[in-house]
Unconditional design. Structure first.
Length: 277
């Protein structure tokens, strides 16, 4: 018997991890980014609703991480897609550095997502900074202030789930304004809290999506038309690009009469508001 064997069992030799067996190939996203968020959120909540309370208490914290990941992926994709259609945003992003890994991996196919390869978008500051790439600034009184502040709280909880097995660190506790406690805190999530978290993430994503649609529509009506590359014959096609990126197909806006706003009607209303001939 060797005293070095005292601490724990021996795992023994390991087979090499083949990372390719842990992934599956996916096609580029074509649906609006918000619809991918809606789908991912729905799948997570559907699983959670089918669990008993004891099982849910074990896995719901990981599902909370999943919901935040869906919101973060929405941000990466929507900003990437806007960079592909908005000349003003491309000009702003032109000075951003890309990692060699991104360029090596994707080559000429590198998209706007590569800008975020080296950073997380799971906190208030990084989200605000990311939105400035497309020219959107969150000012005092912005509709985004409240949902972003609430989402930031979820991100602090996420940090504890991912990095410290749900135990709240001093930094997270201070950010969340918890009273000092000698026993400490641990994240506890049940199905009801998971639903609440999904509502917060949805509020953030839906509000960003609406704000970006208004922002891009204004640019289409005013700034894009001042560009040397603008051609009046492209007017409808360019608005169609905005529509395809930001207008949900799975949860479109429906008014009190049960009617959706068509692309043609929206285009006409925008031109009227900004007095475009």
């Amino acid at each position: 018997m060797n005293w070095r064997d005292a601490p724990n069992l021996h795992i023994g030799s390991l087979a090499p991890v083949c990372a390719t067996t842990f992934v599956e190939r996916i096609a580029p996203m074509k649906a609006p980014p918000i619809d991918h968020f809606i789908s991912g959120r729905g799948e997570l909540l559907m699983v959670a609703r089918g669990l008993d309370s004891a099982t849910c208490a074990k896995v719901a914290p990981l599902m909370l991480v999943g919901i935040i990941s869906e919101a973060e992926n929405y941000l990466r994709e929507v900003i990437s897609r806007i960079l592909s259609i908005c000349p003003i945003s491309r000009k702003t992003a032109a000075s951003k550095s890309l990692s060699y890994g991104s360029v090596f991996w994707a080559g000429a196919r590198t998209t706007g997502r590569a800008i975020f390869d080296h950073q997380s978008l799971a906190d208030r500051k990084s989200i605000k900074d990311a939105l400035t790439l497309v020219g959107y600034t969150i000012r005092e009184g912005s509709p985004l202030e409240a949902p972003l502040n609430e989402f930031d709280k979820l991100c602090e909880l996420r940090h504890a789930i991912v990095h410290t097995s749900r135990i709240i660190s001093g930094k997270n506790a201070t950010s969340l304004e918890f009273a000092p406690c000698s026993d400490g805190f641990r994240v506890a999530v049940d199905s009801a809290k998971l639903e609440d978290a999904a509502l917060v993430a949805s509020s953030l994503v839906y509000t960003i999506n609406s704000e970006l649609f208004a922002h891009l529509s204004r640019r289409w009506a005013i700034e894009w038309r001042r560009s040397p590359s603008w051609r009046p014959s492209d007017e409808n096609r360019l608005f169609g690009q905005i529509w395809s990126v930001l207008v949900s197909k799975s949860e479109p806006f429906i008014d009190s009469n049960g009617l959706k706003i068509s692309q043609t009607k929206a285009r006409r209303l925008i031109k009227a508001e900004f007095r475009v001939a």
